[in-house]
Design a protein around this ligand. Structure first.
Ligand code: HDE
Length: 683
C-alpha cells in the first residue's frame, strides 16, 4: 500500500489498482477477521425452532455490513458509468503550458472517465433529455488532473450562488417527487423564465445534443475558461474540448423515451460492449487558446460560462488522443467512489475568475466529505495519485496510511523540516500571479448581461431537421407544464432568441403567439450543427430480420461484408435457436421480437422468411416501421423487399433494396454512416 511507487508509463494506475483487487473465486469463505466459516445459510439458534443468538458473530457481521452497503448518491450526476484508458499528446505543448503530461508524445498517461446524466437519480433511465457529464481524471506524474466537463459547452447559470436553486428546480418536485430524470415540469421552466441567463444552455438541452446516441458519440467541454501557463510564466486563456472520433450523434426523442423502457442501461451497455469487443472509444483533446492580452477582444465576456468561443473565430487545436480500453472490475469501488474536482490541477494549468468555476472549487471537496464519509477519500484506490504524496494531514474516518514518526507539522527541526516544500523549478505548484483589484461587492458584471445573442447564434447554426427537433422538444416539455403563466413566460422569453422558434412551440401549447421581434444576430457557427460532424459506420448495430426458411441468396456473404466494414449485425427472429435457409445456410438468433426492439439498433437489414409465416411478417413489419419512422437506414435483399414494398417504404431515402451483394453492401453501409435520413417523409 505504499505510495512510493514509481510511475511506470501507461499502466501505472492499473498496476496500482491491482494491489487492491481481489478475486474470491476458489477461496474459502471467511469472516472479515479471516475466520473460516462452516455454515452460511442458517443463523445460530437456541434449538431448531428457537430464537437467534446474539453471539452469532458471523450473522451479525454479515448483516451489519449489508445494512451499510449504500452511500449517498451524488446530488447531481448520480447516474454514471466509467472506464479506464490512456491519453497521449500529439506534440509538445511546451510553448503554452508546462503541464508534464502535455510535453512528450512518447508518454502515456492513465485516465479514468466517468460519463453521467445530471438530474436523474442513480437508478434512472439513461436516455433522459439532459446534459451529460464527461469527467476525466488524468493520473499524471505530477499529481491528478481532473477535467470535470459536460457534453454541452455552456451552463444554465453564471454564478455558483445560484446552483442550489437551479438544481432544486430541475430535480423532481419535492412535494410528490415527480418527474424523475426530466426537465419537463413546472419548476424547471419557472426557473428558466425567471433566470434568463439560462437561455443559451436551454437551447442546447432542447437540441439533439441532450439525447446522445452513445457516450462514444458525444463531445466534451471543460465549459469554463481555464489558463495554460508555460515555463516562462506566460498565460493563455484556454477552453477544453473532447472530440469523439466517431462523430457527434443523437437519437430522436420518441426513440429516447422508448429506449428508457426497453433498456434503461442503453448507454452503459454500449460503452461496456464496445470496450469488451475491442472497439475502444477514442476522443481527441482540443484546445482553444487566447493570449492573455486578448481578453477583451470579444463581444462577450470570456469569463461568462453561458458563452462559447465560436470555433470559426478561435480554432480548436487538436493536441492529443484519449483511448478508453478497459472496463472497471467493480462499479462501486471505482465508478461510484471516484471523486472528481475541478480544483485538482497540475502545474501549467490554472483557473480563471469565472464565478461559476470559483464556486465549484469549493463544492467538490465538500460534497465528497459527506458522500465518501470523511477526509481520506483520496486514499481510495481509484482516487490515489500514481506519484508519491506526503504531507502532515493525519487521521480521520477510514485512514489507511500508517504514517511513521512523531512529526506531523510544518515547520519542524526534528525531521529536518520535511516533508519539504518545492520551488517552482522543482515542480512546486505556483498560482498564476494575476493582478486583481476591486471592492468587495455582491454583483454581476455588466459584461455578463447579454443572455440571448449566443442562444440565437446556436439557433442560426442548426440544420432544418435540428430546428424542427428543437421546436418539438420545447413543445413536449412545455406541454407537460401545468402553469399557463409559466408557459407564456417561456414563449415570451424565447421570442428574444428566435420568433420562428417561439411561435413554433407557442402554437403547439396553445399559448399566445409572440410579436415578431427584430433580432440582429445573423451569425451562425457551422461547427455547432451535428450535420457537420464525422460520419462513420463503425460499431453501428444492425438488426438482421430473418425467419426460418429464408432464401439464402448472398445473405451469408453480405453479413460477412457488413462485419468487415466494422458494423455489428445481430439476428432478430421470432424465437431463439437457429434459423435455416432453404439452401441450408444457418444463422444463430441473438434476439427475439420480444427481447429486442428497433430502438436498440442503428439500422435494419431484412432478409425475410417463409412467405406463409404470417406471425413472423406481422412482427417484422412493426419492427421495420418503427426503425423507418426514426429515419434509420433500412436494407433488404431477396424476399425482404416484399415487406418494404407492402409498407410503401421502398422509394424512400436511406432504404436500399438490391440482391447483388456488390452493389447492396456499399450503398447500405453509406446509408448507415449517414446516421439518419431526415429528408424522409414519415407517413
Ligand atoms: Fe458539477 N458537481 N457543479 N458541474 N459536476 C458535481 O460533485 C457543482 C458544473 C460536473 O462523474 C458534484 O462529486 C456546482 C458545471 C460533472 O463524479 C458537486 C456547480 C459542470 C460531475 C457539483 C457545478 C459540472 C459533477 C456532485 C456550479 C461542467 C460528475 C457529486 C457552480 C463543466 C462528476 C460530485 C462525476 C458533479 C457541484 C456546475 C460538471 C455537488 C456547485 C458547469 C461531470 O460537487
Amino acid at each position: 500500500m505504499s505510495n512510493e511507487r514509481n510511475v511506470n508509463g501507461g499502466n501505472s494506475k492499473k498496476e496500482q489498482l491491482e494491489q487492491f483487487t481481489t478475486d474470491d473465486r476458489n477461496q474459502k469463505l471467511t469472516t472479515n477477521q479471516g475466520v473460516k466459516v462452516s455454515e452460511d445459510e442458517f443463523s445460530l439458534k437456541a434449538g431448531e425452532r428457537g430464537p437467534t443468538l446474539m453471539e452469532d458473530f458471523h450473522f451479525r457481521e454479515k448483516m451489519t455490513h449489508f445494512d451499510h452497503e449504500r452511500i449517498p448518491e451524488r446530488i447531481v450526476h448520480a447516474r454514471g458509468f466509467a472506464a479506464h484508458g490512456e491519453f497521449q499528446v500529439y506534440e509538445s505543448m511546451k510553448e503554452f503550458t508546462k503541464a508534464g503530461f502535455l510535453q512528450d508524445p512518447g508518454k502515456t498517461t492513465p485516465v479514468f472517465v466517468r460519463f453521467s446524466t445530471v438530474a436523474g437519480s442513480r437508478g434512472s433511465g439513461e436516455l433522459a433529455r439532459d446534459a451529460r457529464g464527461f469527467a476525466t481524471k488524468f493520473y499524471t506524474e505530477e499529481g491528478n488532473y481532473d477535467l470535470v466537463g459536460n457534453n454541452i459547452p455552456v451552463f444554465f447559470i453564471q454564478d455558483a450562488m445560484k446552483f442550489p436553486d437551479f438544481v432544486h428546480a430541475v430535480k423532481p418536485e419535492p412535494h410528490n417527487e415527480m418527474p424523475q430524470a426530466a426537465s419537463a415540469h413546472d419548476t424547471f421552466w419557472d426557473f428558466v423564465a425567471n433566470n434568463q441567463e439560462s437561455a443559451h444552455m436551454v437551447m442546447w438541452t432542447m437540441s439533439d445534443r441532450a439525447i446522445p446516441r452513445s457516450f462514444r458519440m458525444m463531445e466534451g467541454f471543460g465549459v469554463h475558461t481555464f489558463r495554460f501557463v508555460n515555463e516562462a510564466g506566460k498565460s493563455h486563456f484556454v477552453k477544453f474540448h473532447w472530440k469523439p472520433v466517431l462523430g457527434t450523434h443523437s437519437v430522436v426523442w420518441d426513440e429516447a423515451q422508448k429506449i428508457n423502457g426497453k433498456d434503461p442501461d442503453f448507454h452503459r451497455r454500449d460503452l461496456w460492449e464496445a470496450i469488451e469487443n475491442g472497439d475502444y472509444p477514442e476522443f481527441e483533446l482540443g484546445v482553444q487558446m487566447v493570449p492573455e492580452e486578448d481578453e477583451f477582444r470579444f463581444d462577450f465576456d470570456i469569463l461568462d460560462p453561458t458563452k462559447l468561443w465560436p470555433e470559426e473565430d478561435v480554432p480548436v487545436k487538436l493536441i492529443g488522443k484519449m483511448t478508453l480500453n478497459r472496463n472497471v472490475d467493480n462499479v462501486f469501488a471505482e465508478t461510484e467512489q471516484v471523486a472528481f474536482h475541478p480544483g485538482h490541477v497540475v502545474p501549467g494549468i490554472d483557473f480563471s475568475n469565472d464565478p461559476l468555476l470559483q464556486g465549484r472549487l469549493f463544492s467538490y471537496t465538500d460534497t465528497q466529505l459527506i458522500r465518501l464519509g470523511g477526509p481520506n477519500f483520496h486514499e481510495l484506490p481509484i482516487n490515489r495519485p500514481v506519484c508519491p504524496f506526503h504531507n502532515n494531514q493525519r487521521d480521520g474516518y477510514g485512514r489507511q496510511t500508517i504514517n511513521r514518526g512523531p512529526v506531523s507539522y510544518h515547520k519542524n527541526s526534528l525531521a529536518q523540516n520535511t516533508p519539504a516544500t518545492s520551488t517552482e523549478a522543482e515542480g512546486g505548484y505556483k498560482h498564476y500571479e494575476e493582478k486583481v483589484e476591486g471592492h468587495k461587492i455582491r454583483a454581476r458584471s455588466e459584461s455578463f448581461k447579454d443572455h440571448f445573442s449566443q442562444a440565437t447564434l446556436f439557433w442560426n447554426s442548426m440544420s432544418d431537421a435540428e430546428k424542427e427537433h428543437m421546436i418539438q422538444a420545447f413543445s413536449f416539455e412545455l406541454g407537460k407544464v401545468e402553469s399557463k403563466s409559466v408557459q407564456q413566460q417561456v414563449v415570451d422569453m424565447f421570442a428574444n432568441v428566435s420568433t420562428e422558434l417561439a411561435r413554433g412551440f407557442a402554437k403547439a401549447i396553445g399559448a399566445e403567439l409572440p410579436q415578431e421581434q427584430s433580432n440582429s444576430v445573423t451569425k451562425a457557427s457551422p461547427a455547432l450543427s451535428q450535420e457537420n460532424t464525422t460520419h462513420s459506420p463503425k460499431t453501428r448495430k444492425v438488426a438482421v430480420i430473418v425467419g426460418d426458411g429464408f432464401k439464402d441468396g448472398e445473405v451469408m456473404a453480405i453479413l460477412e461484408d457488413l462485419k468487415n466494414e466494422g458494423l455489428q449485425p445481430e439476428v432478430v427472429s421470432d424465437q431463439l435457436g437457429k434459423v435455416m435457409g432453404r439452401d441450408k445456410a444457418e444463422l444463430e438468433v441473438q434476439h427475439t421480437f420480444l427481447t429486442a426492439d428497433s430502438v436498440l439498433f442503428d439500422a435494419v437489414y431484412i432478409i425475410g422468411g417463409k412467405e406463409e409465416d404470417k406471425a413472423f411478417y406481422k412482427k417484422a413489419t412493426l419492427f421495420i416501421y418503427e426503425a423507418f419512422s426514426h429515419y434509420k437506414a433500412i436494407g433488404a435483399t431477396e424476399e425482404g423487399r416484399k415487406l418494404l414494398n407492402a409498407a410503401e417504404m421502398d422509394k424512400s431515402p436511406g432504404v436500399i433494396i438490391e440482391d447483388d451483394k456488390k452493389s447492396f453492401v456499399p450503398k447500405f453501409v453509406d446509408a448507415i454512416a449517414s446516421h439518419r435520413h431526415w429528408e424522409r417523409e414519415v407517413v
